[in-house]
Design a protein around this ligand. Sequence first.
Ligand SMILES: CC(C)(COP(=O)(O)OP(=O)(O)OC[C@H]1O[C@@H](n2cnc3c(N)ncnc32)[C@H](O)[C@@H]1OP(=O)(O)O)[C@@H](O)C(=O)NCCC(=O)NCCS
Length: 194
Amino acid sequence: MKPSQAPQAGHDRSQVAWQIDKAGPNQALARRLLAIEFACSHPFLFVGLQRVTWRSLPSLPNFREALNAGRVWIGGLPSDRPGSSRLGPLGFCMAAASDSDLHIDELDVLPSWQNMGLASALLARLAKDAKTQGLTRLTLTTFVDVPWNAPFYAKRGFQVIAPEAGNARVASEWQRLIDKGIDPQSRCVMALEL
Ligand SMILES: CC(C)(COP(=O)(O)OP(=O)(O)OC[C@H]1O[C@@H](n2cnc3c(N)ncnc32)[C@H](O)[C@@H]1OP(=O)(O)O)[C@@H](O)C(=O)NCCC(=O)NCCS
């Protein structure tokens, strides 16, 4: 079965008010983020990239470190909504300041909660927090031809930039993908001016 682009039946994106929080150190949350990340890697099977994405998945220590450093934003149903604590985080974003940018390392939403605006809400919060810190762009690297990667960000105002027009984090991520044998033509660097 191919992942569907259509919002799931019965879901109206405009009706969902997401709660986005900056997360702190939390062992259980690190495991939860790993599980979300792993679930999000499965649709890459349909575009022949699951092995590549598995090789690039952050590890549990990576998540712990990011949580300790305050580099993780989590999104879910508002805490006053019934069932929200049982459901827990449904998506997250991991990002770090680099030069004058906020660089997005990961953006993931559980497959069964996709197409309801959660990733857009996470990006909006990230842009707001980055601006507050005096940062001027959001940056990331992503797959050019995967429908829910570069096209998703392009629809949200991101533009493709040359890898050398990125920041220190872009440079090291770009080098890492070359070291891992990932075709650089399949990836691009994108930036959103704030
Ligand atoms: C990309 C991702 C974070 C989007 O999360 P989301 O909460 O569904 O995003 P939103 O609801 O805010 O927006 C949905 C948009 O994504 C697009 N989309 C989502 N899943 C898609 C799919 N399987 N195929 C094509 N487009 C898809 C929709 O077309 C929609 O675009 P539109 O608003 O222009 O109609 C989510 O699909 C995901 O976690 N994917 C796996 C991990 C990943 O690839 N992350 C990005 C790495 S750089």
